[in-house]
Ligand binder design. Sequence first.
Ligand SMILES: Nc1nc2c(ncn2[C@@H]2O[C@H](COP(=O)(O)OP(=O)(O)O)[C@@H](O)[C@H]2O)c(=O)[nH]1
Ligand SMILES: [Mg+2]
Length: 195
Amino acid sequence: MARRSNKNIQAKLVLLGDMGTGKTSLVLRFVKGQFSDYQESTIGAAFFTQVLSLNEATIKFDIWDTAGQERYHSLAPMYYRGAAAAIVVYDITSSDSFERAKKWVQELQRRGNMNLITFLVANKVDLEEKREVGNEEGELYAKENGFSFLETSAKTAQNVNELFYEIAEEGSSVAPDDMKVNCIHVRETEDYAVI
Ligand SMILES: Nc1nc2c(ncn2[C@@H]2O[C@H](COP(=O)(O)OP(=O)(O)O)[C@@H](O)[C@H]2O)c(=O)[nH]1
Ligand SMILES: [Mg+2]
């Protein structure tokens, strides 16, 4: 029986959510293993890449970290259109940021691609004493809307690698077999399949 060769997959990933929820911090924790209490606000959007190796595939993430301010809202479709995965982030110490995350979830459901791998992420769990949004509240909302859910801390690194590994696992499982999935191009092994 022919052995399936190791797959190379390229996946566009977008982070959405209110300003200050920790989107940039999550990306920097994942890409560089760093955290700063004085992270500068993102202007427009920032771009990062990171490669993850799984047993069955190597995934290159093209990560678009958006700014989150309302004035950049009209640019968002440019980032989530054609994306393989979207992470909607809120801050557990801010109910407002949870409300804003719900708006992003609704927007993705209306306008995102049907096969988008979607995560609702409750960040800053290290600030338990300031929590305004309960774990169950986030989890239930995610479940009702077909999103995966994780609580994270960019500060302590809790669940940050897990988040990206889960996305990579999901991405690699859809990449080879379902050619109908939007934006997948499986090419020769040296190239990356774009999902
Ligand atoms: N305590 C704590 N602070 C965080 C965490 N993630 C981000 N921050 C802080 O929250 C602020 C906003 O983070 P930033 O990554 O710029 O948010 P963004 O606007 O969503 O990109 C910064 O001061 C970060 O240091 C976290 O997990 N825990
Ligand atoms: Mg930012």
